[in-house]
Design a protein around this ligand. Structure first.
Ligand SMILES: [Zn+2]
Ligand SMILES: [Zn+2]
Length: 655
């Protein structure tokens, strides 16, 4: 048997474990290795490799990679379940996956314990986990007949696991994992760490209600959340970041600053934008509109519902129905059914199709702040981050193949310009390509893919943008570039996408007349920078910790008269600034000036103009900046000049 590891190939005469095979190639690699891939399939280090004619390609999965972290977190979820079983015999287990995209948690396990668990149980369970971790208990895989697996869980009185096995296992056998020395057995594909001693940095974080399979009709369960990292340093850093994130939580700040609300009477996941939030949103949209106009996009508006048949043509009925609200119709009218839109794309296609297009008309660039609706389960909703109705800063470009590179390059410029304006210095780009196309069905010819992938890569390189190339992550209908940003406390947010698509042009039979007089199919580019304006707004609230820069601040200036004698002067100053287009409040309450300043400080207003007898006499204003405090007296003209500069340059600080 031959095994390939990196560039090296070795012969192994007998069966060898993955661990020993790696050891034979490189002992140092082993230190950080917790699982491996054999011919691309993830396996335990204990797996025996034996007699085969093919050359096995072996790759380590290391703890400092995403795959490694996933194995670590998934293994910790098992340890959690083992500890719960040990402490609360008779507990029924649901599922326990690693969470890789959730900024709050790293894994969970759903359980039904003999008694309701409380927050107070978490430290006890965590302590038990540590005890078990210290004992280096082995994760042992067993491959047995499906009927035996079912028998095991039947005897253990775990009907949920039996249900899962029935659903998921289509073969004769299935794998179960034990943690030896504990009462735990799980039906699982693996891989896991070799033994519990590999789990050194974990913490339980929260307890919440959950339903079996996320369905409210099913049994109520309890979900125990935790996280795990490869090292204690990473865990500590993450916990610190989490604490900082809690201070900035957009749901709390949204309330304190009166920006938005979500009310049960209107429905969970539906956002009410209050006047102050709406002012920020208008500024966000203004920036986009300026850039869209500069880049020759056309603005369009489209309805929120469309005939159900349209969603059949677009493929949403077939592939996306779970995320769509159910069809509706007009009582007493014909049978026409309608559905709320989950995406804007088919509507922009309708506009493209409304006319004959020639190669000279392309590209067509349609942009819309398009509100869409998704049937998200209530358990997944989270503030502004996951909602049921949101607005996409959407655009669709209909282009000729030879225009892809240039159009994509302009989308990249656009993205960088916009995110820089908000002060996101670290913008990351990921190019998802088809990769090894063997095991997936991709639409379109090889040449089409090659030229499209090259166009995207060239656009990135041309702009000097460093990017990560991700093989095998393209959609079946085209490659894409994902845009991610890092916020003020180091969290990564996946936002927009530049997605190439030859599926929808095909489905809707889009055409243009080429220079050759023949009909050709355009390529469609779906392009959004924020993805969801609601979610990006949530990111901004947390990024700035509620202290929006001058150009975005819902109230930019408050005028604070020290005594009633000054009220008239204060109102005059306020009116003059309002007439210049600034968002100004004049606080005429009879509170002490200290209280008025504190109030403005709490509302994170960039400038306070404090007016007393002296200011009135000299026809000046005393200016306080929210961070620096008192910045001295000036004339109103001087202040206006400073404000104009901050607004026009969309400055991030008031320096
Ligand atoms: Zn597992
Ligand atoms: Zn689209």
């Amino acid at each position: 048997m031959q095994i390939k590891f990196g560039e090296n190939i070795k012969d192994f005469s007998e069966s060898v474990s993955v661990l020993d095979a790696i050891k034979a190639f490189d002992r140092d690699v082993l230190k950080k290795t917790i699982a491996a891939k054999v011919n691309g399939e993830e396996v335990d280090l204990s797996k025996q490799l034996s007699g085969t004619d093919e050359v096995l390609s072996l790759e380590p999965i290391q703890t400092d990679t995403r795959d490694g972290l996933e194995v670590l977190r998934h293994s910790t979820a098992h340890l959690l379940a083992a500890a719960v079983l040990d402490l609360f015999p008779g507990t029924q287990l649901g599922v326990g996956p690693a969470l890789m995209e959730d900024p709050r948690y790293g894994f969970y396990y759903d359980v039904i314990a003999p008694r309701q668990l409380t927050e107070a149980d978490l430290p006890i369970i965590e302590k038990k986990m540590r005890e078990m971790a210290k004992k280096n208990l082995v994760y042992r895989r067993e491959e047995i007949a499906k009927s035996d697996v079912l028998q095991i869980f039947k005897e253990r009185q775990e009907p949920l696991k039996c249900e899962l096995i029935d659903e998921k296992v289509n073969s004769e056998t299935a794998s179960v994992y034990h943690i030896d020395g504990s009462p735990f057995i799980d039906f699982c594909l693996g891989p896991h760490v070799g033994h519990t001693g590999k789990l050194k940095a974990f913490k339980l974080l929260a307890l919440s209600g959950a339903y079996w399979k996320g369905d409210a009709e099913n049994q109520q369960m309890q979900r125990i959340y935790g996280t795990a990292f490869a090292t204690q340093e990473e865990l500590d850093a993450w916990l610190k970041q989490r604490e900082e994130a809690e201070k900035r939580d957009h749901r709390r700040l949204g309330k304190e600053l009166d920006l938005f609300s979500i009310q049960d009477d209107y429905g969970q996941g539906l956002i009410l934008w209050h006047p102050k939030g709406a002012r920020i949103r208008m500024e966000m949209e203004n920036l986009l509109k300026e850039e869209l106009q500069r880049r020759n996009y056309s603005f369009v508006f489209t309805p929120h519902i469309a005939k159900r048949d349209l969603w059949k043509i677009s493929g949403h009925e077939e592939n996306y129905a779970d995320s769509m609200f159910a069809p509706t119709h007009i009582e007493g009218d014909d049978d026409t059914e309608f559905r709320l839109k989950p995406m804007n794309c088919p509507f922009h296609i309708g506009i493209y199709k409304s006319n004959q297009r020639s190669y000279r008309d392309l590209p067509q660039r349609y942009s819309e702040m398009g509100t869409v609706y998704r049937a998200e389960l209530s358990g997944t909703l989270h503030g502004l981050m996951r909602v049921r109705g949101f607005t996409v800063d959407d655009a669709h470009l209909f282009v000729r193949p030879d225009q892809v590179r240039e159009e994509v390059a302009d989308c990249l410029d656009f993205a960088i310009k916009v995110f820089e304006t908000y002060g996101f210095e670290k913008v990351k780009f990921e190019l998802s390509v088809r990769g090894d196309a063997d095991n997936k069905i991709y639409l379109g010819a090889d040449e089409e893919w090659e030229s499209a992938e090259n166009a995207l890569a060239n656009a990135l390189q041309e702009r000097g943008i460093s990017y990560e190339r991700i093989e095998g992550e393209a959609a079946f209908y085209g490659p894409k570039i994902d845009i991610k940003i890092e916020d003020a406390i180091g969290r990564i947010w996946q936002l927009g996408t530049i997605q190439l698509d030859w599926n929808l042009p095909e489905r809707f039979q889009l055409e243009y007349t080429g220079e050759d007089g023949q009909k050709h199919r355009p390529i469609m580019i779906h392009r959004a920078l924020f993805g969801s304006i609601e979610r990006f707004f949530g990111v901004l609230v947390e990024h700035y910790a509620g202290a929006f820069p001058f150009w975005l601040a819902p109230v930019q200036v408050v005028v604070l008269p020290i005594t009633d004698r000054i009220n008239e002067y204060a109102e005059k100053i306020g009116t003059e600034l309002k007439n210049c287009g600034y968002r100004v409040e004049v606080n005429l309450k009879s509170d002490k000036i200290g209280a008025k300043i504190r109030d403005a400080q709490m509302q994170k207003v960039p400038f306070m103009l404090v007016l007393g007898d002296k200011e009135l006499e000299e026809n000046k204003i005393a200016v306080r900046e929210k961070v620096k405090g008192d910045i001295g007296q000036m004339t109103l003209e001087e202040f206006k000049e400073m404000a104009r500069r901050l607004k026009e340059t969309r400055a991030l600080t008031n320096g």
